[in-house]
Ligand binder design. Structure first.
Ligand SMILES: *Cc1c(COP(=O)(O)O)cnc(C)c1O
Length: 416
């Protein structure tokens, strides 16, 4: 691999103007302890830097690019829409077409509202849930990530306390006083919370598969319990499917698991690489949103025609691959098992968590991860730059990509 000299220069310049050289913290590669990758372009399963180096990409814009980078038909369609102008702040036909496609794939959504990010989707869903139930409290789980709204930046307090602490400076205690937090999978804690606060809990929000604390596979028994308990107490169940929507099959992961949430949040994949979020539910709930109802939520750019076309063309292509999700799962399973085995052969303690086409790595020590990560990046494999982030496969990853990755993973393990 060529040196990353231009990369270093570009990052030095970025640091002069952007906070830490980035617009989102994890991009700074602080955890990995090396200079971040500054990406010039992506094609299929590969990204390229400004020094001419090529990397097999397992980050894929945090899971958004399930078709890989720059799918030719998607790009072609977007170009056509761009010719007609970029934004009108008015209804266009692309948003109706995208909603129709999503509603067919996820039948529990009868009406949908598009926004510009996963964060906004969750904020909208929770406001709607609170407006609909006329209750204030929400329940979330430790280690789940739902974007950066104040009242969701909460970490668990000590011991049995169910009132959390702000997870960021700048979040007043008052803003999180209605956010309850317990450990994921802890039935007893959930039961106690509902005993104490049941008739005040507007909604329970969960990730069907966790993706922001390494991969946390679904606990189906727990999710069924949540479904039942929420219904019994008149609380809504909100699935944050910003990562999981269309990742495990052509629809929602909750449905695949047999759980029907009241509200579903989407993002990432449904925008095909452009900024998007969405939340949807049955009509009776959604009609509480303005202009029909009294729950306010608005946006200048929501439903932007270019973004909508990007999502539409992506889902159209994805629809053709509907029956091929299993191949994605097989490849990810094979890669995960090979990494596990390679570590075992070298007596390196390494947990590889894998669910569907997602996987994450956890070494015994951070130092080991850093050594491994740097070596791997140098050799042309771009994994998530922290052990707490998930890696993803796309339909553009080939067997050859996987075999090459395994070979390079072995070399990186040898180097630590
Ligand atoms: C990425 C993500 C979000 C936030 O989406 P943004 O588009 O980054 O605002 C929310 N929830 C989950 C589960 C996510 O993975």
């Amino acid at each position: 691999m060529a040196k990353r000299t231009i990369n270093s220069e570009l990052f030095a310049k970025a640091r002069e103007y952007l906070v830490g050289g980035v617009n989102s913290p994890v991009r700074a590669f602080n955890y990995a302890g090396c200079d971040p990758l500054i990406i010039k372009k992506g094609r299929g399963s590969k990204v390229y830097d400004y020094d001419g180096n090529k990397y097999i990409d397992y980050v894929l814009s945090w899971g958004s690019l399930i078709l890989g980078h720059g799918h030719p038909d998607v790009i072609k369609d977007i170009k056509k829409v761009i010719e007609n102008g970029l934004s009108f702040g008015a209804t266009n036909k692309h948003e109706t077409e995208l909603s129709e496609m999503i509603l067919k794939a996820i039948p529990s959504i009868e009406k949908i509202r598009f926004v510009n990010s996963g964060t906004e989707a969750v904020m909208g869903a929770l406001r709607l849930g609170r407006g609909y139930t006329k209750r204030d409290k929400i329940l979330k789980f430790e280690h789940s990530y739902h974007g950066h709204a104040d009242y969701l930046l909460v970490k668990a307090g000590s011991g049995l306390a169910t009132l959390g602490l702000p997870a960021s400076a700048g979040v007043p205690r008052d803003y999180i006083k209605d956010t309850l937090i317990v450990g994921y999978g802890d039935k007893k804690a959930v039961e106690n919370i509902f005993k104490e606060h049941g008739n005040k809990i507007a909604a329970v929000i969960f990730e069907p598969c966790g993706g922001n604390y390494g991969v946390i596979p679904p606990d189906i028994d727990f999710l069924r319990y949540l479904r039942e308990l929420a219904a019994k107490n008149g609380s809504l169940l909100i699935a944050d499917e910003v990562i999981t929507g269309f990742r495990f099959d052509f629809g929602s992961l909750s449905r695949k698991l047999g759980i029907i949430p009241d509200i579903i949040c989407l993002g990432k994949i449904i925008g095909g690489g452009l900024p998007i979020g969405a939340y949807g539910a049955r009509k009776e709930i959604m009609n509480h949103l303005a202009p029909l109802g009294d729950v306010y939520q608005a946006s200048t750019f929501a439903g932007n025609p270019v973004v909508m076309q990007s999502g539409l063309s992506t889902l159209r292509e994805l629809g053709k691959l509907k029956n091929k999700y299993s191949s994605l799962v097989e490849l990810a399973g094979y890669l995960s098992e090979s990494i596990r085995e390679s570590a075992r052969e070298r007596n390196i303690e390494l947990d590889v968590e894998n669910f569907g086409s997602m996987f994450s790595l956890k070494f015994k020590e951070k130092k080991q991860f850093q050594g491994f990560y740097r070596k791997l990046l140098e050799s042309g494999v771009y994994f998530a730059q922290s052990e707490f982030e998930a890696n993803f496969l796309s339909f553009s990853h080939t067997n050859a990509d996987i075999e090459k990755t395994i070979r390079l993973v072995k070399m990186a393990l040898d180097a630590i």
